[in-house]
Design a protein around this ligand. Sequence first.
Ligand code: ZN
Ligand code: ZN
Length: 253
Amino acid sequence: MKITFLGTGVGIPQAGRVQSGLIMEISGKPVLFDCGCGVLGRIQESGYEHTDIETIFLTHLHLDHVGDVLALLKANWLMGKTAMRIFGPKGTKEWFEQMISVYDYLEGRFEVDIVEVEAGESFLLDDPECDCKVSTAPGVHSITSLTYRVEHNGKVVVYAGDTEPCIPVFELADGADLLIHECSFPLNFEMTNHTTPDMFSQMLEKTPLNVKQLYLLHLYPHMQGHEEEALEHIKGNFKGDVRIATDLLKIEV
Ligand SMILES: [Zn+2]
Ligand SMILES: [Zn+2]
């Protein structure tokens, strides 16, 4: 599977990192995970066509993860493409209906199929061309935040939404080739609902993490200059490869 990180930042602007979003290429098709502000532009910069995106998975409904959904739909509509399927947590339908209702001129322009997903659910993507299983787990965040495990062609990629390090996410990631996890704040930063390197390490001491590769993202500006320190700290308790993701980085698992 090819992974393209589109946005590795958060709600506060910073050079080089837009808000959350990444593409997993599944059977040659780009599937978008989260679509925060700046992601639409990054799709273009990454070499993908925004009109090729037919499926979006939303981890949760915070603005830094959904801010460009409507902008993407409008861009597709301007190019003559109106269908989209959106998977998201409970509340996604209501969020979408309310958001679209304030733009009279866009109402009825798109055919959006919204599938609300419960944490713990497992399903096959019903695309005949793609053999892809998706499973979910709950994160620990201020609102419902899903982690997605995607299995395709014998490879497993897990994308954790905003969360503290927690057992359900570590268990869902068991055996994964790649875990993409947030690391919002630096070492010793007092925080709940998000992850710091020491919180991650403490979880690793309690629950071994059986994944080959770990990429960290969702970096607040507070993390600038503390990236290496974060990696070194986590390496003390993690045997696999751990790196910090950057916008427009492409990797293959
Ligand atoms: Zn959030
Ligand atoms: Zn966030």
